[in-house]
Design a binder for this molecule. Structure first.
Ligand code: ADP
Length: 454
């Protein structure tokens, strides 16, 4: 479901005084909402056409640093502007904030007014357009897992990120009793997001102390990524308003299960599910088999887009429901790719590799590119694996760390063809920056291990 307010609806709300603020937001490389808070009158009179932002915003890191090595922007080039072009089809209320509406913006080049190719939303739009030229629509759903903590973000930061207290005292997977105790946070999350036009399915407790999951109904790929981004943002704001922290760090403690973002995928044509073939044992069409073959074969190349930080790779651990192998299985949660809804029109593939820190635009764009390649090359799908895939020595591994994933990313001909060399060089640099920063810093672990005994 796209935005729920037309431009005229917004005008009416501004006139009757129910909206006074418009958030104009775009999505950065880390999948965050960035932008400006407009007085609604200014937005309606001027800024709905375009506004501007510094072009370092698509070349920064989580700390808002200005790392070198990006061809698109630099100190030498003077860090100029991008155009933020509001997509007026995405206007929606922000019910958890008083008098506020939101619009998502596309990022355009300041001079040519063409889409900036490494902008995450543009990258997904481009792959969706390729599929559309082939006659297909991609339907996607991303699951959002995260941890809720007793303390607030500010308390945790002031305490040096130590003594983190998850909101529950025990594994709350599917628990109704414990999740009732969290309804002061989770109920407003469901209801506010629903009122903002996101087709919320449910929330549930997940398989660790303090771990939660939000499910949103599947939607066309771009809407799905918009929903994910808005939902993640809202979860943090609503938790914060209630005095709690919500974290999407994939692995906040080595002894705890990590947080994922599984991505469900299917292709449709004129409203019909093209992954379904009633005559196949598992109900999988040839199209689905080619798509999945591409998805699986190219997984090591796009793993960076599913696991973009050093911490992301700590999640890939045996026996935690997070996968370690790039194989597929039928309704088996130990494989990287799970066939869901087999034998039904809802047949789809769930990629289980991604962590809760993925940028959904980049993740979906990369997976669509891999699936398209599988279709174009009529790649053959290997038979499914079964049993405990963690112990399958023959199955190929997911890259085990960011350094390996950076090299598979750099060398991916498939992604270079789909995204272009400039975009690939941009994101390879992004991956390098993250690793360089980590390599530079002395960690608590090293000090505790070696301070006395080394
Ligand atoms: P689980 O039991 O694993 O939670 P669900 O039935 O709740 O599975 O579905 C998980 C996600 O898959 C939901 O977000 C749902 O909207 C999505 N989904 C269902 N059908 C499709 C489909 N055909 N294509 C893509 N996603 C789908």
């Amino acid at each position: 479901m796209p935005g729920t307010l037309s431009f005229d609806d917004l005008k009416t709300r501004v006139q009757d005084g129910s909206v006074d603020t418009v958030l104009a937001c775009f999505v950065d490389m880390q999948g965050r909402l960035m932008g400006k808070r407009f007085h609604a009158v200014n937005f309606l009179e001027h800024s709905f056409e375009e506004t501007h932002c510094c072009n370092y915003l698509l070349a920064t890191d989580l700390e808002m640093g200005t790392p070198d090595g990006y061809a698109s922007t630099s100190w030498q080039a003077g860090y100029g502007d991008y155009v933020m072009k509001p997509d007026l089809g995405t206007i929606r209320p922000v019910p958890w904030l008083e008098g506020t509406a939101m619009v998502l913006c596309d990022i355009l080049d300041h001079h040519s007014h063409l889409p900036v190719p490494h902008s995450p939303r543009a990258m997904l739009q481009r792959q969706v357009a390729r599929l559309s030229d082939m006659g297909f629509d991609a339907m996607m759903a991303t699951e959002l897992e995260f941890f809720l903590f007793e303390q607030s973000f500010d308390d945790i930061r002031r305490g040096g990120f130590r003594d983190l207290k998850p909101i529950s005292g025990y594994n709350e997977d599917y628990h109704i009793l414990q999740t009732t105790r969290e309804e002061h946070v989770m109920r407003p999350i469901r209801n506010h997001l629903y009122a903002a036009g996101l087709p919320i399915e449910n929330t549930k407790g997940e398989a660790e102390t303090g771990q939660e999951e939000l499910n949103i109904r599947y939607a066309p790929a771009l809407d799905c990524a918009d929903h994910h981004t808005i939902a993640k943002h809202a979860i943090k704001e609503i938790a914060n308003a209630n005095g709690h922290a919500a974290s999407f760090l994939p692995k906040w403690h080595h002894d705890k299960v990590g947080s994922s973002s599984h991505v469900h995928q299917s292709l449709w044509q004129d409203g019909q599910p093209m992954f379904y073939d009633a005559s196949d044992d598992l109900g999988m069409s040839q199209l689905m088999k080619h798509y999945m073959a591409g998805l699986i074969a190219h997984a090591p190349e796009y793993t960076f887009f599913l696991a973009p930080y050093v911490n992301s790779y700590k999640r890939f651990a045996k026996g935690t429901f997070a996968p370690t192998k790039t194989v597929w299985s039928v309704d088996n949660r130990t494989a990287g790719f799970r066939l869901c809804g087999d034998g039904t029109k809802g047949v789809r593939v769930e990629c289980r590799v991604g962590g809760s820190d993925l940028n959904p635009y980049l993740a979906q764009a990369a997976m669509l590119a891999a699936g398209i390649k599988g279709i174009e090359d009529e790649m053959e799908l290997t038979p499914p694996t079964s049993g405990d895939v963690y112990e399958d020595a023959k199955a190929a591994d997911i890259p085990q760390n960011l350094r390996t994933a950076t090299e598979t990313l750099r060398g991916s001909q498939m992604l270079r063809e789909a995204f272009g060399d400039d975009v690939m060089d941009h994101y390879t640099r992004c991956a390098e920056v993250e690793q360089e920063e980590f390599d530079r810093v002395v960690t608590d672990w090293e000090i505790a291990r070696g301070f006395e005994r080394a």
